[in-house]
Design a protein around this ligand. Structure first.
Ligand code: GLP
Length: 244
């Protein structure tokens, strides 16, 4: 595990964008795994800036998103499909047919989870997966007590996650209670992972992930076993780490 600590959110976001851009330069047909939430927003902004300089193209890139709320269609402003269009896809030259996001309105959720995982297997795993982290140490929507061996599946969201994510909705009641998420096993298949965290709210989760016991209670702790993980932190998110 490589830990990079920068002074602030701006610097880690720039660094993350540069890592994604170099992945695309070195392998134009990269399979990229994207995350949502407020953490990667600035990374995507910097990535768009790099794209606009004309130095990189996403025409050959295939993308996979980590998760989606059950019950929200791609036109719903809180869906992750909408988020991705708004924050990244509408601003770069990625082809629509190369974008993969679980469909929250699917009538056959189980079948869709299986075919999503099959697609990931078909491309032999994601080349570079971007991750954020929840305050309760979740990655994607893999909540505490997750089964490490799970692949893409339907998840019941934790109360803490519902509360944390309610800031994007007009009320707590509006937040969907279920989501489709790539599982820990799907995430661990990625060849390279870059996890971004900022702010003191994430310090506990980062400590548990980096220095804690590897246990389903702290889903991100499994990442200690990943062979190619980079953790990008601002000072606050790294503040509880004893090993640095
Ligand atoms: C959601 C997403 C995660 C994300 C997490 C943290 O629950 N499913 O992928 O990492 O929120 O989000 P934020 O970056 O807004 O703190």
């Amino acid at each position: 595990m490589k830990i990079v600590i920068k002074d602030d959110f701006d610097q880690i976001s720039k660094h993350a964008a540069e890592l994604i851009a170099s992945q695309v330069v070195l392998k134009p047909d990269s399979k990229l795994g994207f995350a949502t939430g407020s953490t990667p927003e600035l990374t995507y902004k910097y990535l768009i800036d790099i794209y606009r300089t004309g130095r990189i193209s996403f025409k050959e890139v295939t993308s996979f998103n980590l998760d989606e709320y059950v019950g929200l269609g791609e036109d719903h402003k809180n869906s992750y499909a909408y988020y991705m269009k708004n924050h990244l896809f509408n601003h770069i030259d990625i082809l629509d047919e190369n974008i993969n996001i679980p469909r929250g309105l699917s009538e056959n959720l189980e079948g869709q989870c299986r075919s999503y995982e099959d697609k990931i297997d078909l491309v032999e795993g994601i080349d570079l997966q971007i991750l954020g982290i929840g305050r309760n140490c979740h990655i994607g929507f893999n909540e505490p007590d997750v089964k490490f061996e799970a692949t893409t599946h339907v998840v019941k969201l934790d109360e803490d996650t519902i509360k944390a994510n309610s800031r994007f909705f007009t009320s707590l009641e509006e937040v969907p209670r279920y989501a489709i998420s790539m599982g820990i096993k799907s995430i661990m298949k990625s060849k390279r992972i870059v996890l971004i965290a900022c702010g003191k709210d994430k310090a506990r989760a980062i400590k548990d992930m980096v220095e804690g016991k590897i246990t389903p209670q702290n889903p991100a702790s499994i990442l200690q076993l990943h062979q190619n993980l980079t953790v990008l932190l601002d000072k606050e998110a790294s503040s509880l780490l004893s090993s640095i």
